[in-house]
Design a protein around this ligand. Structure first.
Ligand code: GDP
Length: 524
């Protein structure tokens, strides 16, 4: 029996893993897939990671984009739930891709290295989640190694992230003596690699627990548990769903500890696909008409065809093979004749997708990041963010005859989200902007290989870029008029102000209080 839309939506959990490199994201991903039965995929995650250790390898993989298409979204089942795990690029230079992916999830798992605590990239990614109040489940990994004191770890999360914590499990032992987890509310333990069912115990001082710990650690464990019960916050589902509190689990992805605790928590507590804000109304996940938005575009391998796969997150209704959709930006119909569903390796082989699912739509450049697809209704989803680039460059072309070709190529790359493109109002050559330096390398490489355009990048006289807006058109015009040499338009023709440095920006912002300078722009 096929699910009704309500059942399908209720079963789904769409999430991403956020972590500082090396905290164990890849290992945990593999284990989640293994526990969820998607064994074949599990190997590919590792394969992909192994290949992109070095910069030059990244180039190669960027050209062999097949693998990343496969692991961009990983679907597995566990219990009654269908999980969609959206992968985010590991390298921080591709951060904007990660931010966009986070706009397509309903919850996130934050992986922390038990010895290192909150690291810079964890913090950054957490802040992006907070912008959208995405509920976070915390997994403290590598408990089988030298770890910080459990209370210290919880304190650090509370302090550095200003986020309440509720430990759900407590580690039994740590480092060499780590042997399982104790569920505080249920008085039950899980131990051993196999990690099957939880076993009920009488309390932290029961013989079962004592048997798992060396003698000199038993007393401390009992004391800690008493203190944890008194001092730690209980889990509160509403606070978690609102993004104010994180349930915390302890484990070792490498040794399979705590992984089941984590999957079950996602199934029990993480929210099903949420209602999505569009410009004219809120769209409920269980509405019958299909709607979806594009959050990521992956160029395909064949440079002669300009094939792209647009990753769309379904927001309502059912997306079916062969259906006609409306691309709201252009008003044109679009046939979804060959959508790629990512369930192929799990038990369900589906020909339709529901809210929370991600579908790949091959196209030749019709779809852009942020685009909305509907069954006819006119609304645009908000919320796929654009982050102000931190590196701005002018593109220098050896052969001026190819200027038009370059313009088209840059336009296409900008639509894919590889770079942001700004056309100065004064007619000077286009400026490209990226968030991470490696993106410039990818751009150079792809312009050369895919378009036959060898280019160099020159420093621009600007290093800061902000989207500008004002309450009235006249106010904005006045600013634009008096700064014409420092204004450019982005792909959507929205104006940006370019400044040589932060100081220059602050100076103008002080003088022009009526102008808003935004470092983040939603695509729509
Ligand atoms: P990523 O960069 O976050 O994807 O991290 P990986 O999953 O690749 O892990 C980084 C390193 O930590 C690898 O050598 C893993 O084998 C190791 N690792 C991951 N999880 C654990 C764990 O629970 N315990 C131990 N001891 N090592 C781990």
């Amino acid at each position: 029996m096929a699910d009704s839309i309500e059942q399908a939506v209720a079963r789904r959990r769409t999430f991403a893993i956020i972590a500082h490199p090396d905290a164990g994201k890849t290992t945990l991903t593999e284990k989640l897939l293994l526990f969820g039965g998607a064994i074949q995929l599990a190997g590919e995650v590792k394969a992909k990671k192994d290949k992109i250790q070095t910069r030059s390898d990244w180039m190669k993989i960027e050209r062999e984009r097949g693998i990343s298409v496969v692991t961009s979204v990983m679907t597995f089942e566990y219990g009654d739930n269908v999980f969609n795990l959206l992968d985010t690029p590991g390298h921080e230079d591709f951060a904007d891709d990660t931010y966009r992916t986070l706009s397509a999830v309903d919850s996130a798992v934050m992986v922390i290295d038990a010895a290192k605590g909150i690291e810079p990239r964890t913090l950054k990614l957490f802040e992006v989640c907070r912008l959208r109040d995405i509920p976070i489940v915390t997994f403290v990994n590598k408990m089988d190694r030298e770890a910080r004191n459990t209370f210290e770890i919880l304190d650090e999360i509370e302090e550095k992230l200003a986020l309440d914590t509720a430990p759900i499990t407590w580690p039994i032992g740590q480092g060499k003596t780590f042997s399982g987890t104790y569920h505080l509310a249920q008085n039950a333990i899980r131990h051993g690699d196999a990690e099957t069912e939880r076993t009920k115990v009488n309390g932290p001082d029961s013989n079962r627990v004592a048997g798992l710990l060396p003698e000199n650690e038993r007393e401390t464990f009992i004391e800690e548990m008493e203190l944890a019960r008194e001092a730690c916050r209980p889990f509160d589902l509403d606070a978690f769903r609102e993004g104010h509190l994180t349930p915390v689990f302890f484990g070792s992805a490498l040794r399979n500890f705590g992984v089941r605790d984590l999957i079950e928590a996602l199934g029990d507590w993480a929210p099903p696909p949420r209602a999505q804000e569009a410009d004219s109304r809120t769209v409920e996940a269980t509405e019958p008409a299909m709607s979806a938005f594009v959050f990521k575009i992956q160029a395909n391998m064949d440079p002669n065809h300009r094939d792209r796969i647009a990753f769309v997150r379904v927001c309502s209704g059912e997306l079916k093979r062969g259906m006609k959709a409306k691309l709201v930006r252009t008003g044109k119909p679009m046939s979804l004749s060959a959508p790629q569903f990512f369930f192929a390796r799990s038990r369900i082989t589906a020909d339709e997708a529901y809210a929370g699912d991600v579908v790949g739509i091959p196209n030749h450049g019709t779809l852009r990041i942020g685009d909305t697809l509907t069954e006819g209704e006119e609304f645009l989803f908000r919320g796929v963010p654009n982050f102000a680039p931190e590196i701005l460059r002018r593109v220098r072309l050896g052969d001026p005859m190819k200027a038009k070709k370059l313009k088209d190529a840059l336009q296409q790359m900008a639509e894919e989200g590889v770079v942001q493109l700004f056309s100065p109002e004064d007619g000077s050559p286009a400026i490209v902007g990226v968030v991470g330096a490696l993106q410039i390398d990818v751009l150079r490489e792809r312009l050369n290989i895919e378009y036959g355009l060898p280019v160099e990048f020159e420093m621009a006289r600007f290093s800061v870029c902000r989207w500008i807006s004002a309450d009235t058109k006249a106010e904005l015009e006045r600013f634009v008029e008096s700064h014409r040499g420092d204004i450019a338009r982005d792909l959507d023709n929205d104006p940006v102000f370019l400044a040589p440095h932060e100081f220059g920006l602050n100076y103008e912002a002080d003088r022009w209080k009526q102008i808003r300078f935004a470092a983040i722009k939603d695509y729509q």
